[in-house]
Design a protein around this ligand. Structure first.
Ligand SMILES: Nc1ncnc2c1ncn2[C@@H]1O[C@H](COP(=O)(O)OP(=O)(O)O)[C@@H](O)[C@H]1O
Ligand SMILES: [Mg+2]
Length: 327
């Protein structure tokens, strides 16, 4: 499969209150191929949303900036103007968020909002646009689409609103869909329907998906490859099977132990990771996970490990220093 997006040495910084800059995302490298689903998982505050906003160039200039390259084909979107970005967003890549109400305009009817997306990218007479809008709404499984176009976002359920968001994101058939916690706000049954819908659309349109979630169940269901993020860095990357079968990083192992499974023995306890993700700027040396890690030793305090290449994983942990394979 062809490579669609390549992120090279991405750093995201915030402007601090005293004129300083605070690093939030620290040296990400990854790629996404056409049609695949790459999962990005980690607890709240790890930098997942910042990563997605930065790819879309949606971090406000006043709050922060990105360094590094974000290559979409041979274009580096990190050097694109806002005008160029407006042509890229929606057309080449689009994004859906956890809470559709933040992206849907409450005072405009559903039909008008989808029609506007279509108009931005592909002019057409009002009749054609309306027909396209209805077609798209049907595609995302919205019943009574002809009626829904005249309704306002608040008249729809959470699941239906998320379907409308997906319709807007997919309206111009982007090559990449970034989904940031797309089902976190939904009930489990609705969540399963939305994930199903994303799978169906992906198969039909060969869209690549960057799926961001704190939920390993969603990752297991959807992803081909997974990156685990902690304190602004990737700490483990593997294909989805190897990650669940043989997690390597103590953080990944901890995340897996904090999820209930059907196979678990009755007396097996859920074991949440102690402590919380450190605040930005709190860690100045060593491995950022060491304070929560049962396996930490001297070296972990002194030096932050590099990503170590193993057969089917990359892992940022000194426990695996001896096992590195050269690639
Ligand atoms: N505008 C901002 N100014 C300063 N810090 C921010 C800002 N936005 C996010 N952060 C911080 O950046 C870190 C990563 O945030 P985020 O990407 O939203 O995490 P996630 O999506 O993984 O929960 C958090 O510690 C958050 O507090
Ligand atoms: Mg987030």
């Amino acid at each position: 499969m062809e490579e669609l997006l390549r992120v090279e040495d991405m750093h995201i910084f915030f402007h601090g209150e005293k004129g300083d800059v605070i690093p939030a995302v620290k040296g990400l490298n990854f790629h996404i191929r056409e049609g695949e689903t790459l999962g990005l998982v980690g607890e709240s505050g790890c930098g997942k949303s910042l990563t997605s906003l930065s790819i879309m160039q949606l971090i406000p200039k006043a709050s922060g900036f990105t360094e590094g390259r974000i290559l979409l084909g041979d274009k580096d979107v990190n050097t694109c103007s806002e005008k160029e970005m407006r042509a890229i967003r929606g057309n080449e890549m689009s994004m859906i968020f956890q809470e559709p109400m933040t992206s849907l305009n409450p005072v405009h009817k559903i039909g008008k909002q989808i029609g506007e997306v279509l108009l931005l990218h592909d002019a057409g007479d009002p009749k054609t646009i309306e027909a396209r809008t209805i077609e798209i709404l049907k595609k995302v499984g919205i019943p009574r689409a002809e009626k829904i176009i005249d309704e306002y976002p608040h008249q729809l359920s959470g699941g239906m609103r998320q379907r409308v968001m997906i319709a807007m994101a997919m309206a111009c058939n982007p090559k990449l869909l970034i989904a940031d916690e797309p089902t976190t706000a939904l009930d489990v049954t609705i969540q399963a329907q939305i994930l199903d819908l994303m799978n169906t659309l992906q198969e039909e349109y060969k869209t690549a998906i960057l799926l961001i979630t704190h939920d390993l169940g969603v990752i297991a269901e959807m992803a081909d490859r997974v990156m685990v993020m902690y304190y602004g860095q990737i700490v483990e990357e593997a294909d989805v099977r190897s990650l669940f079968k043989e997690p390597k990083h103590p953080y990944t192992i901890g995340l897996l132990h904090s999820v209930p499974t059907l196979e678990a023995e009755d007396d097996e306890q859920l074991n949440p990771i102690q402590g919380t993700v450190p605040n930005l700027g709190d860690i100045h040396s060593g491995c950022p996970f060491r304070a929560r890690c049962e396996k930490a030793f001297d070296k972990c305090i002194e030096e932050n490990p590099p990503l170590i290449q193993m057969d089917s994983h990359s892992v940022r942990c000194w426990l695996y220093e001896e096992e590195e394979v050269s690639t």
